[in-house]
Unconditional design. Structure first.
Lengths: 923, 244
C-alpha cells in the first residue's frame, strides 16, 4: 500500500473522530425540551383554588449545607434545632440528584424538574443563554406574575445568571476565590436587616457561599465549620424574630435549604450520600398549628439520612401549594404531604394534589404519547401491574380519574389522596430515571464511526503491523486492557492506577531493554530507574480517584505546606524554566550558525538573561499574588510588606503581561529563526525553534498550574533529562509520551469525576466573560501535564529525526552537529547515540525524505489508534451500560472527559500543535 | 549487541534438572506443594498479614531449599567470584550426583542454605525497593511490603542464586533477561510478572478483606511462580527472550 493511501486513511480516521464524538454526545446527553409559558389554574371541578396559608417566602440557601450540619449533635444550628423541637420548623433531608453542583441544583429547586446532564457543561459555560430559566416556569416566575409580585435576591450570582431581569433589587457575589470565607457572606448579610423592614417584596432569596468555600478548602471537619454554622444560625434567628415581630411578615414562609452536600473531602459533584443529602427546613410560627415538633438533634437512620427524605424537586410544588400559585409546568416534584394539614377541607387537599398530578400527567403524556390517558367509564382498570412503564402510569392515572369521578368528596379526601400521591411518586420515579430517553440508534452510529476510525488507523499502519516489536506488543496490551477497563465503574473511577501501573512497568521494561544493549557502568544510576523514582514521586503527589480520596499525599503533607519549602521549590521551577528561555533567546540572538552551547558568546547569554528574567520574575510574582488570594495559608510567614505589595497588584493585568510576554517573545524568535532558515537556503537547520516553543509552552503551563503542583514541573524537567539519555526508538518515544501524558494528568490531581475539574486558573488574565479564552485556559490548566508530555514527545522525535538526517548526511562528525539542545543534556553519553540510531534509518523507509516523514506519521498513527480505540471503548461501555446504576455518576463524566481527550487533546494538541512543533523543528 | 566484555565468556545454557528420579519427580510436586502451602495459609494472611507472612516464610524457605537441593545443580564456586563456567560444572556435578550421593548431599545443602541467606539479606531489600518504586506504600505498611519482598525473593531468586552463585556477569544477564529460558528463569519471570499483575484487583470497589496490601501481590507472585516454572521448564525451555 502506498504512502499516499496510508496518509489518506489516517487523515480520514482523524477527520471522522469529531463526528463520532459529537453524534454520540448528542444522543447520550439529550437536551430536554421544556414546556414554555406559565402554568395557570385549571378548573378541576372543586371550585376556587384553596386559600394559601402564606403570601411571602424567604428562601435562604446555604451552599453545601449537608443534613448533619443542621440536625446532628455537633451542629452549630442550635436555634434552628430549637425551632424544630418546638414545632415552628419542619425538617427534611432533600435528596439532590447527581450532578451535585450549584447550577443544576438551583434549576431543580426552582423548576421542580430534574436537570439534564448537559447542565454540567452549561454550568461551566455560565454565560450560555440556553441555560437561563428566564423563559421557563419556576416558582420565581409565578411569584413575580402575582399581583404586586416583586423579588429580591442577595448572594451567589448563579441566580442572577439563571434569572436575568427577574429581581427588583439584587447584589450578586461570585465564588472566585474559595479562600474567602467571610466577605462573600457579609455581602449578603448586610442587606438582610434592611430588606426585612421592606414590605414591597413577596420573595427574598439569599444564597450564602461561605460554608461551601470552607468545605472546598478544608473539608467538613474544618475548625471554621462550626463558627460558620453558628453565624448562619444567627441569621436564621434574625429572620425568625422579624417574622414574629413585623406584621408585614406574619404570613411569610421561611425556607432554609442546602443546594447539595459535600463528601468527606469537602467536594461535591458526584453521588456519594454526603453529596446528595442537603438539609431542608421549613420555618414559620404558623407551622405550630400542624405539628408539635420533633426531637432535634437526633442520630440519623443511616449516615446523613435524617427525618423524612424527600426529593429536592418537591420544593417547587410544595411552595406552589403553600403560597397559592399553580404548580410550574415542568415540575416533577410531589407536594410534601405533611403540609396538607393546613387545609381542613378534604376537597382542598384533593385539589392541591390533583393540580400537582394533572401537571405531572401532562409531562408523562408528552413522554409516552402512545399510552391511553383518557378516562373511559366502561373500562375501569383493576390492576396496573405487568404493563409497560408508560401504560402503567396511564393506567394509574385512569384509576385516579375514576376515583375522582365516581366517589364523593369525603372518599376522595381519604382514599383518593393516597392514590394521587402514589401516581405522582411513580411518575417522578419513572421520569427521573434515564433509561427511557436514549436514542440507541444514534448511539450506535457514534460507536460505528469510532470503529471505522479504528479500522482506518490500523489500515494506515499495516506496514508496521506486519513486524511486531516488543514495544508494539506492550502498546497493544495496554490498549486492550484500557478498553476492557472502561466497562468497570471502579476502574473508571480509579483510572490513575492503570496509568501508574503501566508506566512503572514500561520504565522497568526500558531498564531491562537498556541493560541488554550494552555494558552498563552502574545499574543503580540507570536513567530508566531514575524515571521510575520520578514516577513514584509523581503518583504520590496528588491522591485522586474515589476509593482513597482522602488518603495522605505530598500536596497535603507538612513538608509541602511549609511555605518556605513550597516557595523554594516553586522558585527553583521558575528559575530552571527561565534559564532555559534565556538560553533560547541567546541562541537566537547569536548570529553564528554554530548552535552548540560553546558557540554562544557570554554577551549573548547576558542579553538572553536580561530579556527573559523579567518575564520569569513576573510569572513568579503572579503565582505568589494569586496564591495569596486563593490559598493564604500557603504564603504564611512571608513578610507582610511583600504580601501587601503583591496584594496591590492587579492579577488580571499581570497575567496578561505574562501571556503577552510569552507571545511576543515567541513571535520575535519565530521571525528571527525564519530569517536564519531563509539564509541557509534550504540547508537543514538545527530546529532550535521547536525547543524554544516547548520552553515557552512550559512557562505558560506552569502559569496555569496550581502553586502546590508547580514543583511537579521540576520533576518533569528531571524526567526530560533522563528520557533524553535513554536512546529510545521512535515507537518507544511515542509510547513514553502517551503513558506520561495520562499519568501526569492524574498526578496533577485530576480524575474522571466532575468535582476534580480545577477552575481556579481558568480566569487568568480574563476580565468579564469570554467563552473561548476561559475554555482554552481551563483546558490548559487541567491538561497541563498531558500537553507538556505530548509536546515533548514530538520534540524528542524531531531530535531523533535530525540525528538520523545528520548522521546520514555526513557520517560521524563530532557532537557539534547533533541537535544542540539535546547535546547539552547528553554531554557524557552522547557518543553512542548516533551510532545506535543509524540502523533505524535503514528500516524505516527507503528514501531519506520519506523516512523522516514516516517518523511523525507513525507517531500520529499510534496516538490516533489509542484515542479512537479508547473512545470506542467508552462509547460502547456507555451504550451497553446505559441502564447501569452509575451511568450518571461514573460513565457520563467519563464520556465528558473522553470528549475532551479526543477533541481538545488529541486533535488540538497531538495533531495540531504536534504538527506545528514537528514542522518548525525541521526549519 | 556484542560487546568485547562478553565475548570471552561462553553463552549461558538452560539449566537441566539433575538426572535422578527424585529430581524428575519432585520438580513437578514442588509447585503443587508451594501452592498448597499458600492456599493453607491464605486465610491467616488475609486476617493478619504481618505475622502470617512471617511464619509462612519458614515453610516456604524449607520447600525452596529442598527443591534446589533435590532438583537443581549448584553453582561451582559458591561464594567465590572465580569466572567459573557454570553449565559445564553443573553438568559434571549432575553426572557425579548419581554415583556419589553421600558426598554431594552436604555439598548441595551448604550452597542451598547460602542461597537462602543471600536471598533474604541481599535480594529482599532490592525487591522491597522495587515494590516501592512500583507504588508500594512508603510511609506505612513497611513490614507488609518487606515481607512481601521476602516472599518474592525466596520464590523468584533463591533457585537462581543456587544455580548462578554470585557471578556478576551472569547476574547482569539476569537483569537483561538474556539467559536462556528454563524452569528457574521461568519461575523468576513468572513470580515478578505475577506480583505486578497482582495489583490489578486492588482498586475494585468490592470491599473484600483480601484486597488489602499486600495480599494480592503475594498471591500473584505464588501463582506466577508456579505458572512460570511450569512454562519455563516444559514449554519454552531453551528459548531466548527476544525483545525485538
Amino acid at each position: 500500500m502506498g504512502v499516499r493511501a496510508n496518509s489518506l486513511f489516517l487523515t480520514t480516521a482523524n477527520l471522522i473522530l469529531p463526528a463520532s464524538i459529537l453524534i454520540f454526545a448528542a444522543a447520550f446527553f439529550p437536551y430536554k425540551p421544556f414546556l414554555p409559558g406559565l402554568a395557570k389554574y385549571e378548573d378541576i371541578g372543586y371550585g376556587a383554588p384553596p386559600s394559601a396559608p402564606f403570601d411571602k417566602v424567604i428562601f435562604m440557601v446555604v451552599d453545601a449545607l449537608r443534613s448533619d450540619f443542621v440536625y446532628s449533635e455537633k451542629s452549630g444550628f442550635k436555634f434552628t434545632q430549637s425551632l424544630i423541637s418546638s414545632g415552628a420548623a419542619i425538617p427534611f433531608t432533600a435528596h439532590a440528584t447527581s450532578p451535585t453542583i450549584t447550577m443544576p441544583r438551583v434549576k431543580a429547586i426552582t423548576t421542580g424538574s430534574i436537570p439534564s446532564f448537559l447542565d454540567v457543561i452549561l454550568n461551566f459555560a455560565e454565560s450560555d443563554t440556553t441555560s437561563t430559566l428566564a423563559h421557563q416556569d419556576t416558582w420565581l416566575a409565578q411569584l413575580k406574575a402575582k399581583e404586586g409580585g416583586k423579588l429580591v435576591m442577595y448572594g451567589d450570582d448563579t441566580w442572577l445568571k439563571l434569572f436575568p431581569d427577574t429581581f427588583s433589587r439584587a447584589d450578586g457575589t461570585s465564588s472566585f476565590f474559595v479562600s474567602d470565607f467571610t466577605e462573600v457572606d457579609n455581602n449578603v448579610t448586610r442587606h438582610v436587616p434592611g430588606e426585612l423592614l421592606n414590605s414591597d417584596w413577596n420573595a427574598m432569596i439569599m444564597h450564602y457561599l461561605g460554608l461551601d468555600h470552607i468545605g472546598h478548602k478544608a473539608g467538613p471537619n474544618s475548625p471554621n465549620m462550626i463558627p460558620k454554622q453558628i453565624e448562619m444560625d444567627g441569621i436564621v434567628q434574625q429572620i425568625y424574630d422579624a417574622i414574629e415581630g413585623e406584621t408585614h411578615l406574619e404570613n411569610a414562609l421561611f425556607v432554609l435549604a442546602g443546594d447539595h452536600g459535600m463528601n468527606d473531602g469537602g467536594n461535591h459533584g458526584g453521588s456519594a450520600p454526603g453529596e446528595t443529602s442537603p438539609a431542608l427546613v421549613f420555618i414559620s410560627p404558623k407551622l405550630k398549628t400542624i405539628t408539635n415538633g420533633v426531637e432535634c438533634p437526633i442520630t440519623p437512620r443511616q449516615e446523613f439520612d435524617y427525618y423524612t427524605k424527600i426529593e429536592q424537586s418537591d420544593i417547587a410544588p410544595t411552595l406552589a401549594g403553600l403560597l397559592g400559585f399553580p404548580v410550574p409546568l415542568n415540575n416533577l416534584g410531589v407536594f410534601i404531604p405533611d403540609f396538607l394539614q393546613f387545609w381542613d377541607q378534604g376537597t382542598d387537599r384533593a385539589q392541591i394534589l390533583l393540580g400537582n398530578a394533572r401537571q405531572i400527567k401532562n409531562i408523562v403524556q408528552a413522554t409516552f404519547p402512545n399510552a391511553d390517558f383518557e378516562y373511559d367509564q366502561s373500562d375501569i382498570p383493576v390492576t396496573c401491574a405487568g404493563l409497560s412503564t408508560g401504560d402503567e402510569l396511564a393506567c394509574k392515572w385512569r384509576k385516579n380519574l375514576h376515583i375522582v369521578a365516581t366517589y364523593d368528596e369525603e372518599f376522595v379526601a381519604e382514599i383518593g389522596l393516597n392514590s394521587l400521591l402514589e401516581f405522582c411518586r411513580k411518575a417522578q420515579d419513572v421520569m427521573s430515571s434515564t433509561a427511557s430517553n436514549y436514542d440507541v440508534s444514534r448511539l450506535l452510529v457514534g460507536c460505528a464511526i469510532a470503529f471505522v476510525s479504528v479500522v482506518l488507523t490500523l489500515l494506515s499502519m499495516i506496514k508496521s503491523l506486519s513486524k511486531p516489536t516488543s514495544t508494539g506488543v506492550f502498546f497493544a496490551l495496554a490498549l486492550l486492557l484500557y478498553g476492557i477497563m472502561m466497562f468497570a465503574s471502579s476502574y473508571v473511577e480509579e483510572e490513575q492506577h492503570f496509568w501508574y501501573w503501566t508506566t512503572s512497568a514500561w520504565f522497568f521494561y526500558l531498564f531491562i531493554y537498556g541493560s541488554r544493549k550494552k555494558e552498563q557502568e552502574s545499574f543503580a544510576l540507570h536513567p530508566a530507574l531514575m524515571l521510575l523514582i520520578c514516577v513514584r514521586l509523581m503518583r504520590r503527589w496528588n491522591q485522586t480517584g474515589q476509593k482513597y480520596a482522602g488518603a495522605p499525599d505530598i500536596v497535603h503533607s507538612d513538608f509541602l505546606n511549609n511555605p518556605l519549602m513550597l516557595w523554594s521549590l516553586i522558585g527553583a521551577t521558575y528559575l530552571a524554566t527561565t534559564l532555559r528561555l534565556s538560553r533560547q533567546v541567546a541562541r537566537s540572538v547569536s548570529e553564528s550558525e554554530d548552535d552548540s552551547e560553546d558557540g554562544i558568546s557570554e554577551a549573548h547569554k547576558l542579553i538572553g538573561a536580561l530579556v527573559m528574567m523579567p518575564l520569569g520574575f513576573t510569572a513568579f510574582l503572579f503565582k505568589l499574588g494569586f496564591t495569596a488570594k486563593d490559598a493564604p495559608e500557603l504564603v504564611e510567614g512571608m513578610t507582610s510588606a511583600l504580601l501587601d505589595w503583591v496584594d496591590s497588584l492587579s492579577l488580571v493585568a499581570i497575567s496578561r503581561a505574562i501571556f503577552w510576554g510569552i507571545g511576543g517573545s515567541l513571535l520575535w524568535l519565530t521571525i528571527n529563526e525564519w530569517r536564519k532558515s531563509r539564509a541557509r537556503k534550504g540547508a537543514r537547520g538545527s530546529g532550535t525553534l521547536a525547543a524554544a516553543l516547548f520552553d515557552f509552552l512550559s512557562l505558560f503551563l506552569i502559569t496555569q498550574t496550581r502553586a502546590q503542583n508547580i514543583p511537579l514541573h521540576l520533576i518533569f524537567r528531571g524526567m526530560l533529562f533522563f528520557l533524553a539519555h535513554l536512546d529510545l526508538t521512535t515507537t518507544q518515544i511515542t509510547l513514553s509520551s502517551l503513558l506520561l501524558s495520562h499519568a501526569s494528568f492524574f498526578a496533577l490531581g485530576n480524575s474522571n469525576a466532575i468535582s476534580s475539574i480545577d477552575l481556579s486558573n481558568a480566569y487568568n488574565g480574563v476580565s468579564g466573560y469570554n467563552v473561548i479564552a476561559v475554555g482554552v485556559l481551563l483546558f490548559a490548566s487541567n491538561w497541563a501535564g498531558p500537553i507538556y508530555w505530548a509536546s515533548y514527545g514530538t520534540l524528542l522525535l524531531s531530535a531523533h529525526d535530525s540525528d538520523i538526517a545528520e548522521a546520514s548526511q555526513s557520517s560521524q562528525k563530532q557532537n557539534k552537529n547533533v541537535k544542540s539542545w539535546v547535546a547539552a543534556e547528553r554531554k557524557q553519553l552522547h557518543s553512542l547515540a548516533v551510532a545506535t540510531s543509524l540502523p533505524d534509518l535503514n528500516e524505516e523507509g527507503s528514501g531519506k525524505g520519506e523516512g523522516e516523514e514516516r517518523l511523525f506519521f507513525n507517531h500520529l498513527a499510534l496516538l490516533t489508534l489509542f484515542t479512537a480505540t479508547g473512545l470506542l471503548a467508552v462509547q460502547v461501555a456507555c451504550t451497553v451500560l446505559r441502564t447501569h446504576l452509575f451511568i450518571w455518576t461514573v460513565f457520563s463524566p467519563k464520556y465528558l472527559y473522553a470528549m475532551a481527550w479526543g477533541l481538545a487533546f488529541h486533535l488540538g494538541i497531538n495533531v495540531g500543535w504536534g504538527s506545528l512543533v514537528w514542522w518548525v523543528g525541521r526549519w | 549487541m556484542s560487546t568485547p566484555g562478553i565475548k570471552s565468556r561462553p553463552a549461558a545454557t538452560p539449566i537441566d534438572i539433575l538426572p535422578t528420579d527424585a529430581a524428575r519427580l519432585y520438580t513437578h510436586i514442588h509447585p503443587a506443594l508451594v501452592l498448597s502451602l499458600y492456599a493453607l495459609r491464605f486465610n491467616a494472611i488475609v486476617a493478619d498479614p504481618v505475622p502470617a507472612l512471617l511464619q509462612t516464610l519458614i515453610p516456604l524457605s524449607t520447600l525452596q531449599t529442598a527443591y534446589v537441593t533435590i532438583c537443581l545443580p549448584p553453582t561451582a564456586g559458591s561464594g567465590s567470584s572465580t569466572p567459573a563456567v557454570v553449565p559445564k560444572t553443573a553438568k559434571k556435578r549432575a553426572g557425579g550426583a548419581a554415583k556419589a550421593t553421600s558426598d554431594s548431599n552436604t555439598a548441595k545443602i551448604v550452597p542451598a542454605l547460602l542461597s537462602l541467606i543471600l536471598s533474604l539479606l541481599a535480594i529482599t531489600p532490592l525487591t522491597g525497593i522495587t515494590l516501592i518504586l512500583f507504588g508500594a506504600p512508603i510511609t506505612t505498611h513497611f513490614a507488609h511490603t518487606f515481607l512481601a519482598a521476602a516472599h518474592i525473593a525466596i520464590l523468584a531468586f533463591l533457585p537462581l542464586v543456587y544455580v548462578l552463585g554470585v557471578d556478576g556477569e551472569r547476574w547482569r544477564e539476569v537483569v537483561g533477561l538474556l539467559l536462556p529460558v528454563d524452569e528457574v528463569v521461568g519461575g523468576m519471570v513468572g513470580t515478578l510478572v505475577g506480583a505486578w499483575a497482582g495489583a490489578v484487583p486492588i482498586p475494585l470497589d468490592w470491599d473484600r478483606e483480601w484486597q488489602k496490601w499486600p495480599v494480592t501481590i503475594v498471591t500473584g507472585a505464588y501463582a506466577g511462580y508456579a505458572l512460570g516454572k511450569l512454562a519455563g521448564g516444559l514449554v519454552f525451555k531453551g528459548r531466548k527472550i527476544m525483545f525485538d
